[in-house]
Design a protein. Sequence first.
Length: 414
Amino acid sequence: MKILYLCHRFPFPPRRGGKIRPFNMIRHFSRAHAVTVGSLVRSDVEAKEGAGLADYCTSYKMARVHDPLQVGRMVARLPTPVPSSFGYFHSPELANWIKERLARERFDLIFVHCSSVAPYVANVRSVPKILDFGDMDSQKWLEYSHYKRFPLSLGYALEGHKLVREEQRLARKFDLCTATTRGEWETLESYRTGVPTDWFPNGVDSGYFVPTDEPYDADTIAFVGRMDYYPNQECMFDFCRRTLPQLQSRRPSLKLLIVGADPVPAVLRLADLRGVTVTGSVPDVRPYLRRSALMVAPLNIARGTQNKILEAMAMGVPVVTSRVAAAGVDAVDGQDLLAASTPEEYVNAITRVIEDPRLRRQLSIAGRERMLTHHDWQRSMMRLDKIVERCLSRRGSSAHAELLATSTTRGQLT
């Protein structure tokens, strides 16, 4: 089967959330099918690193875009019904490449990850199409509007409502639509587009993120996440202002590691606070997690699955997180992780883990086991295979027979 796969961020190397999910899908599809990938790159460094995707697909297209021009495209869409954020992911070069490939080559399936690149193939009718929204971006923008000051709050609310309408419109242009979590799927279902929907979870590389017997520091906690991403910034500002002082009043030697690439100046200034270290980009987050008593993920804005939580749990590092972030993980509060909402709840949960080695051990074991059983990429991809089969069978595609033959031969769809 020949698959055209489109995504909004070039999916290699898979070091961030927007790249991890599409990379694992591409790698999985390529084991049995010919996969052609089309996406965007924003720098020569990203293009050079992305060349490694050649080992996981038949061919790929990198369309080079430049941020100033993309921002201009966003601004141009402000007075229109089209979401401005879609301008950031529009490339005439990529659009022409897709048009040319579809004109000269027959594909059995078009798979799109993220609604912001769905317009490239929205009007293609001759090929079965699946749109993986991943997270419902509209809900994230609407949530942003509650945390931004006027007039930015108005801008985010307007963009969020534009995205709701566009997500509904685009969903109707595809044969089947998917999301990352049950909660995101429920939002998608609420649109009542008449298009079949489903969801399949993110996984974690449990062979890379593994527990060790290395000692940890009971007075060190860590937060891991890109620090050019607003929800990560906001939660650290809030945590350091409202929760950390209370924690340090109970444990004066407590230290917080903020581990993540591209911290903005305001995040760097958090290092001026007692016990706070801002690392910036690091080659490997695992040593920082291993030396920590727990990972804290106090996100107030969280849609979909937070990969940082999956990775820490896979390493056997206990997680204390917000309830909204916990909702994106298939785990049980109080058994696999601890969830909190207020500074007082965070303080109580964190000190419980730090001061009770037995509880920490229980969470470590349970968290790792939960990742192996509920957030395993192989299981998730088996679920995806069934979704693809469902899409092709609805179309009566000849590729459906090929897919079934592959399943019979290999014992599963791969």
